[in-house]
Design a protein around this ligand. Sequence first.
Ligand SMILES: C[S@@+](CC[C@H](N)C(=O)[O-])C[C@H]1O[C@@H](n2cnc3c(N)ncnc32)[C@H](O)[C@@H]1O
Ligand code: SF4
Length: 468
Amino acid sequence: MKILCQNAEYEKDMQDLVNLFFEGEDCPFSIEHQSDRDGQNVLSVLLVGSGDDVKKFEKRFVLPKNIGGLIEKSLLKRHFKNHLYEVLSSICKKSLPWGSLTGVRPTKFARDLIERGEVKPHLIGETLVRDYHVSSDKAKLVVKILQNQKCIIKNDNLVDLFLNIPICPSRCNYCSFISSELKAVEGKVEEYISCLLKELEAVKKVIAEKAYIVRNIYIGGGTPTVLNSEQLERLLSQITYPVSEFTVECGRADTITREKLEVLKKHGVTRISINPQTFCEATLKRIGRKTTNKEVLDAYMLAMEFDFVVNMDIIAGLSGERLGIFKRTLSTLLELYPQNITVHTLSVKNAAQIRGEEIKFKNDITKMVEFAEKTLMDNGYKPYYMYRQKNQVGGLENVGFERDDNVCIFNIDSMEDTSSVIALGAGAISKRVFNLENRIERQPNCKFIEDYISRIDEMIEKKVQFFS
Ligand SMILES: C[S@@+](CC[C@H](N)C(=O)[O-])C[C@H]1O[C@@H](n2cnc3c(N)ncnc32)[C@H](O)[C@@H]1O
Ligand code: SF4
């Protein structure tokens, strides 16, 4: 059942909130929102029910005087969403970890409140709890993350460079990213690299002309190390910016070889990821991820020889996993003790899957995320960036942890929208941040490799214009 809002501009956010309460179930009653206003006094009305049994819930609030139109709109939205949250929470007898917040970047939301002067920094945690119904644990998490983001520099001349390799050795069946299997695009890989290099050449000119300074580089995917060592050499030898943070998301251990790591090291890569997702081999089979624990451990030992900062991704909520298995994965991770660990919560392709066969142990997933966050912090890891995705089980989040000051600044920049990103390749989305105007523009490339190759000149022209 869809929510009906008198004021259409709030409908999407209100609907997102309804969806978070019902997670794939159909909302069993109709909801209508109306509002009335007399000067600064606003009345929010919710009509909830079905057939003849419709209940009316009212809430009044007063808007401050002399505020701009944009702030007024955001306050109205906040009050209407809070009202809806309170009503649904009492009807469903349920609270949500992120309260009435529906956006994907809670820490950016908190940072904006502070930067606009609406909330004093030391009061942000209690404000999230009091004004947005965020749980006290999640509010504490936000406070900790903001404290660990000291590396943010807002300067329109600083840019991050991102290259996308949306190719994988095989598809994992839970994956929510667009990426092609190598065997489907094998004949196009060389051409894809040529197009990437062509785009890079054009971008290099803009960087020089506009005196941009490249702060961080990130090659993501997909699985960039699906390329062979010659192909990696061909690509990396052209990326010559002297940065202190250069990540290559290797990800799949079965693609990592000594030769490839040598190429990465030679060209200044400082950080790689080797992602187990889980250390349960039965789960790996179930989720169609064709790697083994031995491959992950071997790749990790090899990476240590090269002195890379290593990140490891895990996912809470993989098909069939209960809390006990997840705890074992976490304890293996702690034995390995990588500098970065990212804990994801499973995000499903459509909300209906949450109530389907796959997500049998939903209650365990909340416990897994709580357990991971607490255990990692008890073991010296600090949370330093986070984001939420659509259809994430339990309305939870993904959190990146680091130890010993090994934050990945690129991850912070991308999630907090604090730096422009020049993004190359199929599926890459460039972002230009205008800090003084508090404005962001985005510019996407074609999603798929074939289109990207056939329209490369158009991609380049748009990119050059976008950053000029
Ligand atoms: C862009 S993917 C690339 C990683 C690399 N190809 C690998 O598989 O190791 C980055 C991470 O997103 C996470 N991820 C992918 N699909 C997900 C999903 N449906 N729900 C939660 N996390 C997901 C995984 O932890 C994955 O390591
Ligand atoms: S290898 Fe990584 S990007 Fe590729 S399908 Fe699996 S999780 Fe997704």
